[in-house]
Design a protein around this ligand. Structure first.
Ligand SMILES: *Cc1c(COP(=O)(O)O)cnc(C)c1O
Length: 405
């Protein structure tokens, strides 16, 4: 036992009789000792590659890194028992206050938010209907969306029994509405691809008295998106917890009308005979999500943006210095709205393909993950630990230089 551990150990045993230190503090101390003294390197022990994330927020790459304040909230939450519903009630109210919306809940990611929201819209608060899903006999179960908004994630809706009805125009949308229509679903990332925009979509929902839902999973920054869509009038708005918000990767936010969120909650644990029972979010993630949101709202967004721009410029300038290499700096309009870089080159001048360079980056030390295709490498810096952009800049430059004709 090292001396620090010994010292802490005696600290733990000493004040107990006097009741000076609560059991929680003791447990916290003990946890700290374990972490400090063991320094167990799980990834190394398991032979798991860790890497610099120059790609973005990808589930396959385990999302984002949580700030210390979020980890602290998770550790704090792990030390006491609470009633799960009471916690979700209070945190939901707190989040609604922070985001100026009627109500909120912490879900199991944005996908989970979509599933429980859809389930809630179909069942309402009727216990029999809640239990019958995904059997939709006798329930409104059609969800209308624009064809250009149809991506893989709409599986979150069909998983709970809903049927997708795809339309192109507002005319088609109105014609598609019938007595089975349960919800109108909008994918914010694809706003520009669809004919129907936010306000019109919302007004169509209001006109026909059908709830509207918007998937904003990867759509902070900007911070205003957390307020904007409930303000416009969407009945339900969902965000991923572990993308731009940098909360727990397995958590998310469902914001909006209380009646729909309450119905959605009836599908979640602790209630067992529901389609959402497997989408459990426990106290640690609920608190972690709240902490991440509070931290995000308090952040200096302008300074952060300037840092990302600087980082992207650094990488861009470093590779652009090589003859034949071009870079494009761009900001996607809705989802993953951060300074991003595309690196392209003439393969007659630099004799290696983008995919091969990406492979070399992945297999290097440290390993670096990027995105891309056969024409280009794609980079973002928002998921990096500040400073790593220098390593990325150097590594890419070095590889490209090696293959310069
Ligand atoms: C990431 C994503 C989801 C899923 O979000 P999770 O938080 O991983 O469940 C849903 N929709 C879109 C558009 C996304 O980008």
């Amino acid at each position: 036992m090292n001396s620090r551990r010994k010292a802490l150990k005696s600290l733990i045993t000493l004040p107990l009789a006097g009741g000076i230190v609560s059991s929680n503090e003791l447990l916290a101390n003990e946890n700290q000792i374990v972490i400090d003294s063991l320094k167990k390197d799980y990834f190394k022990e398991l032979g798991i590659r860790t890497f610099i994330n120059a790609a973005g927020t990808y589930t396959s790459m385990t999302g984002s890194l949580m700030p210390k304040e979020v980890i602290d909230a998770i550790s704090y939450g792990s030390l006491e028992y609470v009633n799960l519903d009471e916690l979700q009630d209070k945190v939901g109210e707190r989040i609604a206050q922070l985001l100026n919306c009627e109500y909120a809940t912490v879900s199991s990611g944005c996908f989970g938010a979509m599933s429980i929201a859809m389930a809630g819209v179909m069942s309402g608060k009727d216990p029999k209907k809640i239990k019958q899903l995904p059997d939709v006999t006798g329930l409104k179960h059609e969800v209308i969306l624009q064809e250009s908004h149809s991506i893989g994630y709409s599986q979150a809706l069909t998983n709970v029994g809903a049927k997708l009805v795809k339309v192109k125009t507002s005319d088609e949308l109105e014609k598609a509405i019938n007595e089975k229509t349960a919800m109108l679903w909008f994918l914010n990332a694809n706003t520009d691809n669809g004919e129907i925009k936010w306000e019109e979509f919302v007004s169509l929902g209001k006109k026909h008295n059908i709830p509207t839902f918007i998937d904003c999973a990867a759509d902070v920054p900007p911070v205003d998106n957390l307020f904007k869509f409930t303000r416009i009038g969407f009945d339900m708005v969902a965000f991923s917890g572990g993308k731009g918000l940098r909360g727990p990767q397995s958590a998310g936010l469902l914001l909006g009308k209380k009646e729909y969120i309450e119905a959605a909650r009836l599908h979640t644990p602790p209630r067992g005979e529901t389609i959402g029972r497997g989408m459990k979010v426990n106290k640690e993630e609920v608190l972690g999500m709240l902490a991440a949101l509070e931290l995000y709202l308090a952040r200096d967004h302008k300074a952060e943006w300037e840092m990302w721009e600087k980082q992207i410029n650094l990488i861009s300038n470093s590779v652009k210095s090589i003859d034949g290499v071009q870079t494009i700096i761009h900001v996607p309009p809705h989802a993953n709205h951060v300074p991003s870089l595309k690196i392209r080159w003439d393969e007659n001048t630099v004799k290696i393909s983008p995919n091969k360079v990406r492979e070399k980056l992945r297999n290097g030390t440290p390993s670096i993950e990027t995105v891309g295709n056969k024409n280009e490498i794609g980079i973002t810096t928002w998921m990096m630990v500040p400073g790593q952009e220098k390593i990325v800049a150097k590594k890419i430059q070095k590889i490209l230089k090696t293959y310069k004709a």
